[in-house]
Design a protein around this ligand. Structure first.
Ligand SMILES: [Zn+2]
Length: 373
């Protein structure tokens, strides 16, 4: 039995699953829908640091090995005020509601496409995975690549991350790196002149960072023309605790961020920041989601298959991040989904219904080519 993609997307939108809360209700619903579509479903859950249960689903349909996985997440950013985020509405060819675009709509399209293929028709297995906490450090995707028996016992050969890309295949996106640099001083009232300002201690380092920012903007070595913009978005924010003017700051933290790209000397750029901080005797800590960017050759078989399925001539790069950074170590990956990322996370989020319906066809062509004969 084949479901209607708009109806299914609307049903998913109506089950609230903002990242901080448990996604148990939407996962229970999804598990039933996947089973009805012929999947055997592995459920993997954990309790997050706030005590909320988070559920991940990995469904598999058809025997053999290799095959194709369609990867989505079931959490959404908060609903926000100013509209009715969990009352899906169809208007002017669009489906409105939180998650319609990012990414319950794309997820619905994968399920409807999969349900059109009887198990006997699949010579290689088809997987659908739905993660939790994507909007919070990609926690669910890290969890399933480590814990899912369905995946780790026999990885799919190919992985489509179904994030909205307007149905244009994406072969690369930037990653993120974050460096914290801390200066320590002594707090005292300025009338005593006994303090030591952490702000003055960090100031010479900050001046050097301003120079680095110029270097990164102008030196081609730190850029990659496959991306738009080609630069690494080097940025600095400061926190001295908001001390009043008559008190010296006892601690100042400079946080520096840059968007990692392949072939753009990212590790060297990070090293330059760390070395300059050390030269000024400041504490450093490199953290965040790591340096990882996502990259697969635009000539790889999966990207080529995605181009054929969509009729797009050439895959593109995008400036936003996805869980492809986690999956690419295990499977040949591509990002491809309906909807415009500009709609994600907005008040009045929507997805274009024509594109949502086209996505069912696109995923169907991919399944046919990669899991069929
Ligand atoms: Zn998303």
């Amino acid at each position: 039995m084949s479901r209607n993609v708009v109806e299914l997307a609307a049903q998913l939108v109506a089950i609230q699953s903002e990242t901080p809360q448990s996604n148990r209700p939407v996962s229970d619903f999804l598990k039933g829908v996947l089973e009805e579509a012929g999947f055997e479903v592995e459920e993997l859950s954990y309790i997050d640091p706030n005590g909320e249960e988070k559920v991940n689903l990995v469904g598999k349909k058809g025997g053999g090995s290799g095959g194709l996985g369609l990867f989505s997440h079931s959490d959404t950013v908060p609903g926000n005020v100013g509209w009715e985020p969990f009352a899906p509405e169809v208007k002017d060819g669009k489906l409105y509601g939180r998650g319609s675009c990012d990414m319950k709509g794309p997820l619905a399209a994968t399920i409807v496409a999969a349900s059109r293929f009887p198990t006997e028709q699949l010579t290689k297995p088809l997987f659908i995975a739905v993660t939790s906490d994507e909007e919070n450090g990609h926690t669910g995707s890290h969890f399933i690549v480590a814990e899912s028996k369905t995946l780790t016992s026999d990885w799919p050969e190919f992985c489509v991350v179904c994030e909205p890309s307007e149905l244009i295949p994406v072969y690369a996106h930037k990653g993120g790196a974050r460096i914290s640099v801390t200066a320590r001083g002594i707090a005292a009232h300025t009338s005593t002149d006994k303090g030591e300002s952490a702000n003055f201690k960090i100031a010479p380092f900050l001046a050097e960072m301003a120079e680095l920012a110029q270097l990164f903007k102008t030196d081609k070595r730190f850029q990659n023309d496959e991306f738009s913009p080609p630069t690494n978005g080097f940025n600095l924010v400061l926190n001295d605790g908001g001390v009043p003017l008559n008190v010296t700051a006892d601690k100042t933290v400079a946080t520096l961020g840059l968007r990692a790209m392949p072939n753009a000397a990212t590790e060297e750029a990070i090293q330059m920041v760390v070395e300059r901080a050390k030269a000024h005797n400041l504490e450093t800590e490199v953290s965040g989601t790591g340096f990882s960017h996502f990259y697969v050759s635009p000539d790889s078989p999966l990207v080529q298959a995605a181009c054929r399925a969509t009729g797009v001539e050439r895959a593109v790069t995008v400036p936003y991040g996805t869980e492809a950074v986690t999956y690419q170590a295990h499977m040949q990956s591509v990002v491809l989904g309906p909807g415009n990322i500009a709609q994600a996370h907005t008040v009045g989020e929507f997805i274009d219904i024509a594109q949502l319906e086209e996505a069912v066809e696109v995923y169907g062509r991919l399944i046919d080519e990669l899991c069929g004969n």
